[in-house]
Design a protein around this ligand. Structure first.
Ligand SMILES: *[C@@H]1O[C@H](CO)[C@@H](O)[C@H](O)[C@H]1NC(C)=O
Ligand SMILES: *[C@@H]1O[C@H](CO)[C@@H](O)[C@H](O)[C@H]1NC(C)=O
Ligand SMILES: *[C@@H]1O[C@H](CO)[C@@H](O)[C@H](O)[C@H]1NC(C)=O
Ligand SMILES: *[C@@H]1O[C@H](CO)[C@@H](O)[C@H](O)[C@H]1NC(C)=O
Length: 362
């Protein structure tokens, strides 16, 4: 009995020791690989990355266990081996969720009871180990009320302890635990994130500071979709990152999001093709960097907003190119962030943005 009590006393100190280890990544050069983007994982230039996220696993609607779609099973199970051929030290994470509103409701339901949280957590750890991932990434887009906030906090605290317990019992390094989070109130209200639990439970978070201004929201004027700065006082990458830091999540637990895609507008007058120019006929979907470069447009850079834009006739694209990518990575370094991540690596053009980001950080 006395021994058991001693052991129980030891557990919290064990956790704080592990806590030191689990926040020890020195830089994150992260990239998501979208399994639906058409590039085999074996073709990723993984030497530009320290961490690659395999996207996405889903949730079983009945049991809330984490599942990999059978059509993706072999690509996912060989993901780590594929990307380590070129870079044996790259780490991989299985990303769960994504921007799908059905999933959002499933996360909300799953996190609302201890039984379904356990089902989700245990199955996620099993799936990560069975498929040789080094970690797990939560892409719940987005917790959207106070109930979600509380349950999100319970989920990630329980997830963290399950991960530490599994590490002790398996004798393997603890799985990494990360999340992709809204980068700004423009995307989803940040007030519904449990900031303290996030700071305590995740190794780091990927802050999605993109899709701030899109053809959906602004059909009649060209826009910088992911400006780092915004002199008008509206939303920007800097505003979102500063808000996360101000909420108590340390800067060195944040990775800034870099979009490897942009959005297309159609100019009303091809001779008036700057930022905020009159435009029509929005094509609301994203366009990959590769496809934008494919039309050989005239490329411009605006250092006030920190955005690139490109024009070909009356086609106009707001997006990130080498100038804005390197400015954002320099900003991340100066601000004391842990690093950056790209959505998504297969949208790069000949790995130019991946190389620019990696070299800018150094
Ligand atoms: C969203 O996720 C649900 C559940 O996994 C799936 O049935 C549905 O097809 C997805 N919707 C889209 C647009 O991908
Ligand atoms: C909170 O939001 C979720 C969607 O994220 C929804 O499913 C749930 O019903 C909401 N709960 C309350 C109490 O409004
Ligand atoms: C979440 O739970 C609610 C209430 O039980 C249900 O109506 C809804 O269909 C569930 N959502 C999903 C995606 O299963
Ligand atoms: C960026 O664009 C804005 C809006 O058109 C303009 O006011 C500003 O001067 C531009 N910045 C630079 C450095 O050209």
């Amino acid at each position: 009995m006395a021994d058991l009590r001693k052991l129980l006393f030891l557990i919290p100190s064990l956790f704080s020791v592990l806590h030191l280890f689990f926040s020890s990544e020195s830089v994150i050069k992260g990239g998501y690989w979208n399994s639906e983007g058409g590039l085999p994982a074996s073709e990723i230039q993984s030497s530009y990355y320290t961490h690659l996220f395999c996207a996405f696993a889903s949730l079983d609607p009945d049991t809330y266990e984490v599942t990999i779609d059978p059509s993706k099973a072999s690509q996912f199970s060989s993901f780590t081996q594929s990307v380590q051929l070129q870079n044996p030290s790259v780490k991989t994470l299985l990303s769960i969720g994504g921007g799908n509103s059905t999933l959002s409701s499933m996360f909300s339901n799953m996190s609302s009871s201890a039984t379904t949280r356990k089902s989700f957590i245990d199955s996620s750890i099993q799936l990560a180990r069975d498929n040789n991932f080094h970690g797990l990434d939560l892409d719940w887009e987005y917790p959207s009320n106070n109930t979600d906030e509380t349950n999100y906090g319970l989920l990630i605290n329980e997830w963290r302890s399950a991960i530490e317990t599994e590490s002790i019992s398996s004798g393997q390094p603890a799985l990494l635990l990360t999340a992709a989070v809204a980068g700004s109130d423009q995307i989803s209200p940040l007030e519904f994130y449990p900031f303290q639990d996030i700071a305590n439970s995740f190794n780091w978070i990927n802050v999605m500071v993109y899709d701030l201004f899109t053809p959906d929201g602004s059909p009649d004027k060209t826009q910088p979709p992911a400006p780092l700065r915004n002199p008008t006082g509206l939303f920007s990458g800097d505003e979102g990152i500063s808000k996360w830091i101000g909420s108590g999540v340390p800067a060195n637990k944040l990775a800034i999001g870099l979009p490897f895609y942009g959005y297309k507008w159609t100019l009303e007058d091809p001779n008036n093709g700057g930022l905020f120019a009159p435009a029509t006929n929005p094509n609301a979907g994203g366009v990959s960097y590769k496809d934008i470069m494919g039309v050989s447009p005239k490329v411009s850079y605006n250092s006030t907003y920190v955005t690139n834009y490109a024009q070909k006739g009356s086609d106009w694209y707001g997006y990130d190119d080498t100038q804005s990518i390197s400015a954002k990575v320099s900003y991340a370094k100066q601000k004391g962030l842990l690093g950056y991540f790209a959505w998504s690596v297969e949208q790069d053009n000949n790995w130019i943005l991946s190389e620019t980001a990696s070299q800018t950080w150094g």
